[in-house]
Structures are given as structure tokens and as C-alpha cells.
Design a protein around this ligand. Structure first.
Ligand SMILES: Cc1cc2nc3c(=O)[nH]c(=O)nc-3n(C[C@H](O)[C@H](O)[C@H](O)COP(=O)(O)OP(=O)(O)OC[C@H]3O[C@@H](n4cnc5c(N)ncnc54)[C@H](O)[C@@H]3O)c2cc1C
Length: 390
């Protein structure tokens, strides 16, 4: 299928055969951990080649990666069920088939459980615990059971099973692509796309768990390998014209699109001022792209940087505290027409930053809470307050 991408800044049309349904096998050019020694995190800086794909992107767009599952988890499922990985299974309504090993590795989500999966599975087992869990009065426990558990847990916990491999895979959801905010400017790196990926690892219910895509990148992808990718344009998150000021709030992996913004502004020699707020745990090991951003500041591409390292001080300091410390200047920039961007954690950071922005207007603009909220809503409507949060 041919898809057409319109690149808004220069209005150039790019025709590429690659899309979400037909991803491009992008070669890995570089894959390294950008956290230093002593960090509790692992963040991968990934560089991919888009050569010969016809794919392009704008700062603010995302890249989709279609991942594959952890082979150790797939093997554990095959062993638990005594299944032969070579058995052909039907994977779609159209009757396409794949060997079970490949289907579990590349085609299905095996790390997600849902009520629907448990309900369907219940017809293949007499296990009382599962039937109890599914009764309406246990809805809360059912939800709790699914959180942090995967297909292997269900198969281990609720046997013995009278299900074939086909019965089980027919319940599974097709693997979904993971999106990553693009961390490069294609003008600065022709034919390339860079990403900033935080490895998701946690321990739950007696096992170490790994995020499918982020840990694939962290543990099993090397230079020269390929990853299936597509560009996901984001028309709600983009740089304004060159002479406008921008304020960027990007703690953790939220920094990604702002590396793209700054690279783009450096090559296009944009005139507007730019102010970056970055935050993470420790300055010594978690300041992502520190050298690059400090160089941009020295070169005058980046006007200001404010950082918040929450674990370096007794009292935790986050980006929203830095905004409030700089409220007078932030208000002046906004009054002067600056654009305000937020990227990163949706559950807490984005809310705290939103509230801090309202507080800045309340305090410096002598507005009531209601007026400040209305002002911030209006900024959103005007496209001067844009968020890329997840
Ligand atoms: C528009 C957009 C842009 C994004 N940009 C970036 C980016 O630039 N960088 C980046 O790193 N990510 C980004 N993400 C997030 C990214 O898409 C993935 O969601 C992330 O990498 C995790 O995917 P995964 O396959 O590794 O983990 P998955 O296999 O999808 O597992 C993640 C899931 O594990 C579960 N989980 C996590 N921790 C725990 C816990 N402690 N206990 C129980 N369950 C838990 C949660 O249900 C969580 O949803 C972005 C997302 C969106 C939508």
C-alpha cells in the first residue's frame, strides 16, 4: 500500500511504500546506554538508518517499532505446556498460519493479560481458582491478578489445561507497535532517525519482568541488525516558526523530541530563544545528552537550561519546582508569545507541570486560579501549549 506523507514545514510530498502495516526494516547504526555508572536506569540512544525507505519525519513526530517477544519467555511457555514450536497455528481470520514458535515470538502479545483472555481460557480448564476469580464479585481481584502478570503466569496458575496451542493463541491479541518520540532532526542527520528509549524492567509476582520493546532494544539488538519501523506523524506537537521562543519541559526520556527541536533549530539557524527544563535522578549519571545540550548553550542555539535532579538533594526537586523558581522570567517569555512544550511521564509529571504553569500565571499575572486556568486552556487552544505525554 502506498502512503503519502506531507511535510508541513516545506510542504514536500514524500511517497513511501512503508507504513504501520508494512514497516521498514531499519538498520541499527548505533545502540548505547546513555546513563552513567551508578544510575538505577538504563536509557538507550538508538540510531537507525532510513536510507532507501523514502521515509521522512518532522521534529515532534514519533517512530513506531514492531517488537518481538523475549525468546526465553517463549521457550518457558512452550516447556510449561509441552508444546512443539514447529506446530502450525492459524494466526488470522484469513487463515494465515505460522509455526507456533514464530507466532509466539513475533505475532502475538504474550506479556499482557486481560479479563477477556481469562474468560476465554476458563472454558479449557476446571481450575476452581480461575472460575472463582471470574465471578462478578471478584472483579477487583481479577484486575489485580492481571496487573504485572503474563500468559505464562496464567498457564502455570490455572492448569491442568485441556487446550491445544491453537485454542490458546486464538485468545491472544496481535502484537502492537510501540511508539517513541523521535530524538533527531533529519535535516541534521539525513537518512537517519534517533530514539531515546528507557528500558522497562520490574520484579513482580516472583519473576523479573521485561518491557517487550524497550528490553528488546536494550538486550538483543546490535549494530547491523534491523528493526521494523514506521513514522507516526504528530500534528499536535511541532516547532513553531523560527523566530518564536520555545520553552521545553522534558525530564527523563521526555528529552527526546527536544533534542530533535534543538538540532533542527541549529541547522535552520532559527532566531527564536529556547529554554530547556530537564530532570532526572542524579546529575552525575542521569543527565541525558548533557554534552550536546551544554554545547548548544555555548553556541547560543539553546538560550537557557534549568535542571532538577531529584535524588541529589535531601528535598526532592522536580522540573515543576524549577518552573516556579523561575516564574517571573517564565511568565515574561509566555507574555512575549513563547510556545510551551511538555514531553514524558503522563501520570504524574505532566499534571504537576500543568499545575505549575497555572501557578505561574496566578502569581506573576496577578490572576485568580480560575482566570489562570482559563488562560492556560486558551494557550492550548492556540497551539502554544503542546504535550507529548505517555
Ligand atoms: C507518543 C508516545 C511517545 C513515546 N515516546 C517514548 C520515548 O521517547 N522513550 C521511551 O522510553 N518511551 C516512550 N514511549 C513509551 C513506549 O511507547 C513504550 O510504552 C515503553 O517503551 C514500554 O514498552 P515495552 O514494550 O518496553 O513495555 P511493555 O511490554 O509494553 O510493558 C509496559 C507495561 O508494563 C507494565 N508495568 C510497567 N512497570 C510495572 C510495574 N512496576 N508493575 C507492574 N506492571 C508494570 C505496565 O502495564 C506497562 O504498560 C512513548 C509512548 C507514546 C505513546
Amino acid at each position: 500500500m502506498m502512503s503519502t506523507t506531507t511535510v508541513s514545514s516545506e510542504v514536500k510530498k514524500v511517497v513511501t511504500p512503508y507504513s504501520r502495516t508494512n514497516p521498514f526494516p531499519a538498520k541499527v547504526l548505533k545502540n548505547c546506554n546513555i546513563n552513567g555508572t551508578g544510575s538505577s536506569k538504563e536509557t538507550r540512544h538508538l540510531e537507525l538508518s532510513l536510507e532507501c525507505s523514502g521515509l521522512t519525519y518532522n521534529p515532534g513526530d514519533a517512530l513506531g517499532i514492531l517488537p518481538s517477544n523475549d525468546p526465553e519467555l517463549v521457550t518457558a511457555i512452550l516447556e510449561e505446556m509441552n508444546w512443539d514450536g514447529k506446530t502450525e497455528v492459524i494466526i488470522s481470520k484469513q487463515g494465515e498460519t505460522l509455526p507456533l514458535l514464530k507466532a509466539l515470538t513475533d505475532y502475538f502479545e504474550i506479556t499482557l493479560l486481560s479479563k477477556k483472555i481469562l474468560q476465554q481460557a476458563a472454558q479449557f480448564t476446571e481450575n476452581e481458582d480461575l472460575h472463582k476469580l471470574l465471578s462478578p464479585e471478584n472483579a477487583g481481584q481479577m484486575k489485580e491478578y492481571c496487573y504485572g502478570r503474563d500468559l505464562l503466569d496464567m498457564l502455570c496458575d490455572f492448569g491442568p489445561w485441556s487446550a491445544s496451542a491453537q485454542d490458546i493463541v486464538s485468545m491472544l491479541r496481535k502484537m502492537t507497535a510501540r511508539l517513541y518520540s523521535i530524538a533527531s532532526s533529519i535535516t541534521a542527520h539525513p537518512g537517519e532517525v534517533h530514539l531515546t528509549i528507557g528500558a522497562v524492567r520490574y520484579h513482580a509476582h516472583g519473576r523479573d519482568r521485561k518491557g517487550v520493546c524497550s528490553v528488546l532494544v536494550a538486550e538483543r539488538v546490535s549494530e547491523g541488525d534491523t528493526l521494523p519501523v514506521f513514522v507516526q506523524p504528530n500534528k499536535h506537537f511541532h516547532l513553531p516558526q523560527g523566530d518564536k521562543d520555545i520553552i521545553m519541559i522534558g525530564p527523563g526520556t521526555g528529552i527526546a523530541p527536544f533534542r530533535s527541536f534543538i538540532e533542527e533549530r541549529a541547522v535552520t539557524k532559527a532566531q527564536g530563544r529556547s529554554w530547556l527544563f530537564f530532570g532526572d535522578q542524579h546529575a552525575a549519571c542521569d543527565y541525558l545528552y548533557q554534552d550536546e545540550f551544554e554545547q548548544y548553550q555555548q553556541d547560543g542555539v539553546l538560550t537557557k537550561i534549568d535542571t532538577a535532579f531529584s535524588r541529589d538533594t535531601e528535598k526532592k526537586v522536580y522540573v515543576q519546582h524549577k518552573m516556579l523558581e523561575n516564574s517571573k522570567e517564565l511568565f515574561e517569555w509566555m507574555e512575549n508569545g513563547a510556545y510551551f512544550f511538555v514531553c514524558g511521564d503522563k501520570s504524574r509529571m505532566a499534571k504537576d507541570v500543568h499545575n505549575a504553569l497555572i501557578e505561574v500565571f496566578e502569581k506573576e499575572g496577578a490572576m485568580s486560579r480560575e482566570d489562570a486556568e482559563a488562560y492556560v486552556n486558551d494557550l492550548q487552544k492556540q497551539g502554544r501549549y503542546q504535550r507529548d505525554v505517555y
